[in-house]
Design a protein around this ligand. Structure first.
Ligand code: PLP
Length: 418
């Protein structure tokens, strides 16, 4: 860091400022986490210099012995951890992993069945502004309006009516477990591939806190930076018979040289995720999300679907009389970072939204437990109900910010070594 400070004080200031932001507030974005110092060390290493197009032992560049070792270790760790026949750690991101899965399994113009974006799906699941919606004929399934859970009968009906080549399950804002066995049955009946987009919850699978999609899916795509707590990036797991198609779809079809510093950092995260402490962490992430959701429900913020089985909760704020956008801004003023989110059948536009999404990976990594979740629920409830445009509201938000500082001071992000 001394080198960065002397060469580029402006960027050094950004890095320190971000560390202060992390230390000074509550991070409740469901897709974020605090990677370990070991992961950061691999990310900031000289491996960033190396070109390594291809795969271990089959590269288009010389000098790859060291990075080959990193990738082999990472791939073996991923296969062991998830019980997968094949793993590819090269996707630059979750969206890149999904692009490669499409490239491996379907052709432009084919039909793909996936969850609607406003019901919790991701942009890569068929949005018209994304490659998936532009190049493929996508059909969307929704959640039921009464239970706010996936309607498996609707999924089956749509699959049999449209005969998609690929069905996708896995979401960005769906708090419940997904019945992968049921999706497998539907895919088999319709003659479709099953792609599970486990971007959000692969870390819970790694920590054995929720069931694994690996035995049911043809291909599992994931990110490595969410609950899994690795570097920002993607990963694909699949059966051996699809291995070559997946590898070729990542390189050379959708990507060039892999980011070998990130691949090595993924290997580090996968090693950490195999430790017993990671199981304890993953189970606590879910317990914390459940404690947070029920305490928020008691404060008049209704968890969509009635609660959560995972690391996140989606809250309907209509009864509290605030939009998702206003809630996000008010919480931000109180040093609570979360995001506005559409709820199923949302009457508001996506940019305003009627809900917020909260997640517990960061606060769990910091060591917080159920008691802190109840305290955080109270802080969110106060923040959401106070308008910073009024003098009294602004003062109340400052009080909440002070309480947030006191709380996070007891559970510091990246504590200084003593
Ligand atoms: N798939 C799902 C379900 C996601 O939630 C996300 C990101 O939030 C992605 C894919 C894309 O990941 P990335 O942002 O790394 O491209």
């Amino acid at each position: 860091f001394a080198a960065l400070e002397s060469v580029d004080p402006e960027i050094a200031g950004v890095v320190t400022g971000e560390l202060e932001r992390l230390r000074g507030g509550l991070q409740l974005i469901a897709s974020e986490n605090l990677t370990s110092p070991a992961v950061l060390a691999a990310l900031g290493s000289t491996l960033t210099n190396k070109y390594a197009e291809g795969y271990p032992g089959r590269r288009y560049y010389g000098g790859c012995a060291q990075v080959d070792r990193a990738e082999e270790l990472g791939v073996e760790r991923a296969k062991d951890l998830f019980g997968a026949e094949h793993a590819n750690l090269q996707p630059h991101s979750g969206a890149s992993a999904n692009l490669a899965a499409y490239a491996a399994l379907v052709q432009p113009g084919d039909t793909v069945l996936a969850m609607e974006l406003p019901h919790g799906g991701h942009l890569t699941h068929g949005s018209k502004v994304n490659f998936s919606g532009k190049w493929f004929h996508t059909v969307g399934y929704t959640v039921r309006s009464d239970t706010e859970c996936i309607d498996y009968d609707e999924v089956r009906d749509l699959a049999l009516a449209h005969r998609p080549k690929m069905i996708i399950c896995g979401a960005t804002a769906y708090p419940r477990l997904i019945d992968f066995a049921r999706f497998r049955e539907i895919a088999d009946e319709a003659g479709a591939y099953l792609m599970v987009d486990a971007a959000h919850f692969i870390g819970l699978v790694a920590g054995r806190a929720i069931p694994s999609p690996v035995p049911h899916a043809d291909v599992v795509c994931a990110t490595t930076h969410k609950v899994l707590r690795g570097p920002r990036g993607g990963m694909i797991l699949c059966r051996e018979e699809l291995a070559q198609r997946i590898d070729k779809a990542v390189f050379p079809f959708t990507q060039g040289g892999p980011l070998m510093h990130a691949v090595a950092a993924k290997a580090v995260a996968l090693r950490e995720a195999a430790l017993p402490e990671f199981h304890t962490y993953a189970v606590q992430v879910v317990r914390n999300a459940q404690a947070l959701a029920s305490a928020l429900a008691a404060e008049g913020m209704r968890p969509v679907s009635g609660g959560t089985d995972t690391h996140l909760a989606l809250l309907d704020l209509r009864e509290a009389g605030v939009t998702g956008l206003a809630a996000e801004l008010r919480c931000d003023a109180a040093r609570i970072t979360l995001n506005k989110n559409a709820i199923p059948y949302d009457p508001e536009r996506p940019a305003t939204a009627s809900g917020v999404r909260v997640g517990t990976p960061c606060v769990t990594t910091q060591g917080m437990r159920e008691a802190e979740m109840r305290q955080i629920a109270g802080l969110i409830a106060t923040a959401v109900r106070n308008d910073p445009a009024t003098t009294a509201g602004a003062a109340r938000l400052r009080d909440v910010a002070d309480e947030v500082s006191a709380l996070v001071g007891k559970f510091p992000a990246y504590p200084e070594p003593r």
